[in-house]
Design a binder for this molecule. Sequence first.
Ligand SMILES: Cc1cc2nc3c(=O)[nH]c(=O)nc-3n(C[C@H](O)[C@H](O)[C@H](O)COP(=O)(O)OP(=O)(O)OC[C@H]3O[C@@H](n4cnc5c(N)ncnc54)[C@H](O)[C@@H]3O)c2cc1C
Length: 405
Amino acid sequence: MPPKEFATDPAREAYDVVIVGGAIMGSSLAWWLTENPDFDGSVLVVERDPSYAMCSTAHTNSCIRQQFSTELNVRISQFTARFIKDLRANMGGDPRVPNLDIQSFGYLYLADTAAAADTLRANQQVQLAAGAETRLLTRDQIAADYPFYDLDGIVLGSINTKDEGYWDGGTLFEWFRRAAQARGVEYVSGEVVEMTRRGARIDSVTLASGARISCGHVVNAAGPRAARVAAMAGLALPVEPRKRYSWIFTAERPLDWALPLTIDPSGVHVRQDGPTTYLAGSKGETDPAVDPDDFTMDHALWQDHVWPALAARIPTFEAIRVVTEWVGHYAYNTLDQNAVLGPHPEVENFLFMNGFSGHGLQQAPAMGRGLAEWIAHQEYRSLDLSPFAFGRVARGAAMVEGAVI
Ligand SMILES: Cc1cc2nc3c(=O)[nH]c(=O)nc-3n(C[C@H](O)[C@H](O)[C@H](O)COP(=O)(O)OP(=O)(O)OC[C@H]3O[C@@H](n4cnc5c(N)ncnc54)[C@H](O)[C@@H]3O)c2cc1C
């Protein structure tokens, strides 16, 4: 089932649901709407960049974990793990749909202070209560299991090797989109530039082409551009684009062990990529909001900060060579680094699907399913996702996700 071309103009003047942004979140919702037996409305996805070259989904590191500080985030990733491992059956048995493996090398969080160790202990309790298999490792245990680390200064680690590691998020995105299109969801190439709000409702969206589309619901799935789209409805959303840098490198002497996704206290993280390649990631030395079109690489960051941190923690990484590098954007929720999902309390047909702060790829299945339930039934029926509601933003009542990488 090759992806269909995107039309430039919508076929109709009105849709039950208009989704702004057709990357993994918008496409997950589109597919789940077609899957929901109680929804038979029309769905339009408007995507400003059908090449998807610039979106977060194209710049991701594509990992999944259960080591969150919020129980709901653990349960969301557990659902995704089940969903993707049985993707073919979950998508109706189409033999072309693959089941997706998780390379469960685990995330190894390293703590270098008593306070950081206490955080790992507290997070482990949350994770165990949700059914995760997180283990705390003393420094000696880390040294025994992973002898390649220099553990100078490390006091504790935590790791979970069940359903935690790399998975192929790009393929899931492709199948959400293709299957949604095959089931009649219309994707158009265009940019939503304006919304017409009448009191408590959005009546219509206007595209850059001038086309005006009436909508039953409008969904903000615009990734790092989410605040701009919310502003079109007269709403303030504390989500901003923040740069995240990634490097793939080879090592002169590759490790004999699969490298867990190691979260170093320096702020650098690194994991196994291919059989002999590794992926490192970091934010910048400062972390301001940036323009969503700013993809400028900070070359000094690698040289002055990332490489030295890698070589200090894994001495064999003294001799490495970068083979590719890129810049992507987190849609960073400045209130609490958690998703904002569901209707605005006053403008009730404006739905948020925003602020995933670097863990959205693994949340796409649960978020799409949940929002489709909300559209069909005005309630969440599987996982209760109401803690992500916009109301907490309005009240300034943060639900902080502390384990943000
Ligand atoms: C470097 C990096 C590493 C990451 N690693 C992980 C990871 O390991 N695990 C994980 O779970 N998550 C990870 N993430 C986060 C994850 O990639 C994102 O949360 C997820 O891809 C967000 O998907 P999205 O659909 O919300 O946003 P996007 O992929 O950014 O898509 C938004 C879409 O909306 C479109 N759009 C915007 N405005 C308009 C408009 N006005 N009109 C029409 N279209 C519009 C854009 O063109 C874009 O295609 C990472 C992100 C980055 C940057």
